[in-house]
Design a protein around this ligand. Structure first.
Ligand SMILES: [Mg+2]
Length: 154
């Protein structure tokens, strides 16, 4: 199995929800992924205006149309655009419900990251309640949940 493409959430995954700016650390990570010949598509339920700004800053593109996560349509469209099988793609996002659960069900690899900010789109609150109710923030790897901060800072 080889990962050949990334599907990336935007809000609270590569930018703070309340900011349009992609921080340098996330920009370098994106460039490293591109340099490793991975295809990259954003998949965000966020505002068009913000998506356009993030595209301009990164030189990367969002999938066509609105993904309407957690519906499977957007994930499938992303795979089609990159001409990949599900097992060749990795979805990275901060929401267990909208980014991870369905992508996983389709057969896409997933990484759940800690949200960059505690501020969320009001609609996300609904999904957070579901996450909490079903304890969906399970560890993403056997070693434990992937975190942005090194262990010493936890
Ligand atoms: Mg998000």
């Amino acid at each position: 199995m080889q990962i050949r493409g990334l599907l990336l959430d935007i809000d609270n995954t590569i930018t703070r929800w309340e900011e349009d700016h992609v921080p340098d650390s996330e920009l370098s990570w994106l460039h490293a992924m591109s340099d490793a010949s991975l295809q990259i598509r954003f998949i965000s339920n966020g505002l068009d205006r913000k998506v356009r700004r993030v595209e301009a800053q990164t030189g990367l593109t969002h999938i066509a149309g609105r993904p309407l996560k957690p519906l499977p349509t957007g994930f499938r469209r992303g795979l089609e655009e990159m001409e990949l099988e599900p097992q060749e793609a990795l979805m990275v996002g901060d929401s267990a419900v909208t980014d991870i659960a369905i992508a996983n069900r389709i057969g896409i690899w997933t990484v759940l990251v800690e949200p960059m900010s505690s501020v969320h789109f009001p609609g996300s609150k609904f999904w957070q309640v579901i996450e909490r109710a079903f304890s969906l923030r399970f560890p993403a790897t056997p070693e434990g949940e992937m975190r942005r901060q090194p262990p010493s800072r936890r």
